[in-house]
Design a protein around this ligand. Structure first.
Ligand code: FAD
Length: 382
């Protein structure tokens, strides 16, 4: 079913189909578009933004330890600092995590995220991908291995044909026309404020109302935001004073959706990054997972030829989903239990040293199984 309105072919490319269409020019989309165009695929990337990377949705603490990111990781305009550790707080208890520098760590750099996103999109364009801004994916249907993609640009609806579609539309892309009916969503309006702060350690604090407070110092101030989580149920349940006290905000409203389920797509339509539901809010792993899944999606397309894209889903399930599943259960356990229980868990975990930031690693090193953690927290997860 196509959207009502003027329907026409893409006038810039009369009757021209693309080997691949990538919706979303965030880290997942730009990574996929770069790989696809490098492999010689004619690639169209679309994004509703006027300016890539703006507004940015990030607390600026990301992992840049990928082989492909060596040059970016050296770029001082993008990387602002490399924190020695991150502090995870719950009440008066706290845990320290140190980046090992290993690929796969959740963080190692405080970045200027909008510049990073622009740089990544530029690389995709330089390698031959075409980017259309102010252009929004509104629908897609697949028949006989051909996908008809529908997007809106300049008030018009355009249709193009492609063999491959990667949906990397982030959280926001779950809204309206491009929503997956299985998604239960919580919505937020993200605003970011930089204010002077000498504090050198990034702190992630689980607050008694179950919201998360990210406080990430940068060399010119700090990024400070509150994220309201599933456990708190209602956005309205977070008092205004807490939001104000934090200095800046992720506030309940209609812009940002957090998917509950992880889904890598169907047929020749693949989801990557946050659009696939990949993001552990507790450990800020979104950027890493976006790059990883965008890259895997492109590789699956490049390698599959006329074949199916099952390998992508299998790979993701093997490498990401299983890990995410444990993390999700752990996080859900934290959010659903009382703060007293969480403090108790923190106390027990404080006996251990952590050199890598991932919940899986945390569980491994704590020596607790997920069941034991659930016992400590006094709850059961499915
Ligand atoms: C408040 C908050 C703080 C975060 N902090 C961190 C952090 O510190 N570290 C970290 O690693 N991760 C963090 N994340 C996770 C963050 O989402 C990822 O870092 C990363 O941005 C995910 O990349 P992505 O490409 O999947 O999605 P996004 O970066 O969200 O990019 C999606 C793109 O798709 C576009 N789009 C939306 N709808 C459509 C459509 N219909 N058609 C076409 N394009 C569309 C958007 O305009 C956007 O440019 C945070 C997330 C939130 C919500």
């Amino acid at each position: 079913m196509w959207d009502a309105g003027i329907v026409m072919s893409d006038q810039g490319d009369q009757n021209k189909d693309y080997d691949a269409v990538v919706a979303g020019a965030g880290p997942a989309g730009s990574t996929a578009a770069l790989k696809l165009s490098e492999a010689g695929f004619s690639t169209l990337m679309i994004d509703p933004k006027m300016e890539i990377g703006a507004p940015v949705i990030c607390a600026d603490l990301v992992n840049l330890s990928f082989p492909d990111f060596r040059e970016i990781a050296e770029d001082k305009r993008i990387v602002l600092s490399r924190p020695a550790h991150v502090e995870l707080k719950s009440g008066s208890n706290s845990l320290k995590f140190f980046p090992s520098g290993k690929e796969g760590d959740a963080f190692n750099s405080v970045v200027e995220r909008d510049r990073l996103d622009k740089e990544m999109a530029s690389r995709a364009i330089m390698s031959g991908a075409r980017l259309k801004i102010r252009t929004e994916l509104i629908g897609a249907s697949e028949e006989n291995d051909i996908i008809e993609v529908s997007y809106k640009t300049g008030g018009k609806t355009i249709k193009v044909r492609t063999r491959n579609l990667i949906v990397a539309t982030g959280f926001q892309g779950q809204v309206n026309n491009w929503s997956r009916d299985t998604t239960t969503a919580y919505s937020f309006d993200f605003r970011r404020k930089i204010s002077p702060n000498e504090n050198a350690t990034p702190v992630i604090e689980l607050r008694s109302d179950h919201s998360l407070n990210y406080n990430v110092p940068r060399n010119n101030g700090q990024t400070n935001c509150i994220m309201i989580n599933e456990g708190s149920g209602k956005v309205e349940s977070v008092p205004e004073s807490i939001i104000k006290g934090a200095g800046s905000i992720i506030r309940g409203s209609k812009h940002l959706l957090l998917p509950k389920d992880v889904n890598f797509g169907q047929g020749r339509i693949l989801y990557a990054g946050s659009a696939a539901g990949l993001y552990d809010r507790f450990f800020m792993s979104g950027f890493r997972e976006a790059v990883f899944s965008g890259s895997l999606a492109a590789n699956a397309i490049i390698e599959s030829g006329e074949g199916s894209l099952e390998s992508y889903r299998q790979n993701l399930e093997k490498h990401v989903y299983q890990g995410m599943e444990v993390q999700k259960r752990f996080r859900d356990a934290l959010y659903r239990s009382g703060t007293e229980k969480i403090h108790e868990l923190f106390l027990k975990l404080s006996e251990f040293e952590y050199n890598e930031v991932s919940v899986l690693e945390l569980i491994n090193r704590s020596g607790f199984s997920i069941n034991e953690i659930e016992n400590i927290l006094g709850i059961e997860t499915s």
